[in-house]
Design a binder for this molecule. Structure first.
Ligand code: HEC
Length: 552
């Protein structure tokens, strides 16, 4: 051993043509770890809440193990240089192989490091590997201010995801290279790492072992089934339901826990329990008992959906208006940890809000906005395919609201203004349109009369368009409208009366308009059933809302 270490040059000379047993062992252990992580990552999408937390623990444990094995492998490699390449390799192949391996080592270190850092921001303390081995938090991160940690958490998250794709690409190159040498060039490249593999031969026991191990790992990853959750007995009606345990808690668990659990507390916030929720996030409490408007949680979910601070992040399914109204009512009455609704002192509006939240929470999947579960959709013939096609060709996304109905959801995402042809095509689909999103479409008052005649419209988003009070007044005929966004428009107090007359309106968004706080207070007083998006006092308008409003 001594002579071997002292004179590495002689390794080639003595024609050692394979890696050392330690290097081979580490290589295959790391390979198994990567295969496991990839399969687990895939599975993790299917889980929420408790079981996701368990899978995440396993993922972190294996990730840190891969980090340690990789460091071990690198140290070993420095002390024990690898065997020379097969002599048949061209210089280009050598360079490529070298590049892929270097990138591999970089990714093998960077992936666990970004994961470790990600799970260390926003929360003090370390983790426990495999349920028993303590592992510290990433050094120094917890000393940074909360705001910096928040931005870093995004950075780590994005790099971790990007690195997964880099790793998959490298893996593909690595595998293709190994297979090419084994089957096409028939040189001993693979055999250097898989001793006994005979170049060109498929039926080689040790090679068969590889797919077998991968399949076994897949099966193992498939084992952790969601545990049968400790279900609370389903309350029969609103009065017998618990305001937090049956309504607020489940709503947050469903829509927020994938990023805000005890295990993965993005922004330092966990909604796993009442206690952790009330503890707040890295920037302080998110619930101010008695004051929904001042509660960060309510502010975040009411922001325009394209705001960087809007929750849930990353286009995840949002809380429905019903759930938001229910949570706001719960905060208004003091955010109790528990309490039978029937025994609470509630205003009519609060009871209605909790009823709606209860209906969606207990009725299974929270209904998408504007679509209370209990209410049937209008029955209409299918929309004109030519009109749909023309709209799709002009920056519209047109989708069915649910699979078994002809009702449609249309959203505009273009950069140039809506054309007369677009409006004509929308009119052709007017019986089918349930949701219409015309944000930044350059819509003018002149077109509002047409839209005001769409009979089944329930959700209308008109953020940042050119309409004024005159145009909005034309919406008075929308008897079924539930949700209206007029954020960033020129509307003023004068139009509020007309909006109050919309018989079904339950959510109104009027950020950043000419509406004054005084008029809005009056409006809220007169229309308690309408949830109005908060923060109209200039000081309340978050900076980022203004920054986010594009010039076009
Ligand atoms: C896809 C991941 C994701 C989902 C889902 C998600 N959030 Fe967040 N949330 C984040 C991240 C990342 C941060 C930290 C960055 C920031 O503050 O914007 C954060 C921060 C927050 C904060 C600020 C915490 C603080 O003190 O700074 C609140 C409040 C919040 N989220 C509420 C919610 C609510 C309510 C939901 C469910 C409707 C939700 N989030 C769903 C990723 C998510």
């Amino acid at each position: 051993m001594d002579t071997y270490m002292a004179a590495p040059v002689r390794v080639g000379a003595t024609a050692r043509d394979r890696y050392s047993s330690v290097a081979i062992g580490l290589h295959w252990l790391i390979a198994a770890g990567i295969a496991f992580q990839i399969l687990l990552g895939w599975r993790m999408q299917d889980f929420e809440g408790f079981s996701r937390a368990v899978l995440l623990q396993i993922h972190k444990s294996v990730g840190i193990t891969i980090l340690l094995l990789t460091v071990g492998r690198l140290v070993w490699r420095l002390l024990n240089p690898p065997p020379p390449h097969a002599s048949s390799l061209t210089p280009l192949e050598r360079v490529l192989s070298h590049g892929v391996h270097l990138a591999f080592y970089a990714a093998l270190l960077a992936l666990p490091l970004t994961g470790w850092a990600l799970s260390s921001v926003g929360r003090p303390g370390g983790m426990t590997l495999f349920g028993f081995a303590p592992w510290p938090a990433f050094p120094l991160l917890s000393l940074l201010p909360g705001g910096v940690q928040d931005s870093l958490s995004d950075l780590f998250d994005n790099s971790h995801t990007t690195l997964v794709w880099v790793m998959l690409a490298l893996l593909a190159l690595h595998l293709l290279g190994a297979l090419k040498h084994h089957f096409l060039s028939r040189d001993p490249t693979l055999a250097r790492m898989a001793p006994g593999a005979r170049p060109g031969f498929v039926l080689e026991p040790r090679l068969i072992a590889i797919p077998v191990i991968v399949v076994a790992l897949t099966a193992a990853v498939d084992l952790p089934r969601p545990p049968t959750a400790p279900v609370r007995p389903r309350p029969r009606n609103l009065a017998s339901a618990d305001v937090y345990l049956d309504i607020v808690g489940p709503a947050l668990e469903k829509r927020c826990a994938s990023c805000h659990s005890d295990d993965e507390a993005r922004g330092g916030l966990s909604v796993s329990s009442f206690a952790s929720l009330m503890q707040g996030g890295s920037s302080g409490p998110v619930v101010r008992p008695g004051d929904p408007q001042a509660s960060e949680l309510i502010r975040r979910v009411n922001l325009p959906h394209d705001n960087a601070k809007y929750m849930p992040k990353d286009g995840k399914p949002p809380l429905g208006v019903d759930a938001i109204a229910g949570i706001a009512a719960w905060i208004r009455i003091g955010a109790p940890a528990t309490g039978r609704v029937g025994a609470l002192k509630l205003s009519d509006a609060q009871r209605a809000a909790l009823q709606a939240a209860f209906d969606t929470a207990v009725g299974g999947d929270a209904a998408p906005t504007g679509l209370p579960k209990s209410e049937p959709l209008p029955t209409v013939p299918p929309g004109d395919p030519a009109a749909i096609k023309a709209l799709e060709a002009d920056n519209f996304v047109v989708r069915k609201v649910v699979a078994d109905s002809n009702m449609l959801d249309a959203g505009f995402s273009g950069r140039t203004p809506l054309t007369d042809a677009d409006l004509a095509n929308l009119t052709k689909l007017s019986p089918q349109l349930l949701r219409l999103d015309l944000r930044r479409s350059g819509l003018m008052d002149a077109s509002m009369k047409t839209i005001g005649q769409f009979p089944h419209l329930r959700v209308l988003r008109l953020q940042d368009v050119q309409v004024t009070d005159t145009g909005v007044a034309q919406l008075a005929g929308l008897k079924d409208l539930r949700e209206l966004s007029l954020v960033d428009t020129k509307i003023t107090d004068g139009v509020l009366g007309k909006l109050g007359d919309l018989p079904r309106l339950s959510a109104l968004y009027v950020w950043n308009t000419g509406v004054t706080p005084a008029a809005l207070d009056k409006f809220k007083e007169a229309h308690k059933a309408i949830q109005v998006a908060a923060g109209l006092k200039p000081a309340d308008v978050p900076k980022e809302t203004k920054i986010m409003t594009p010039a076009n």
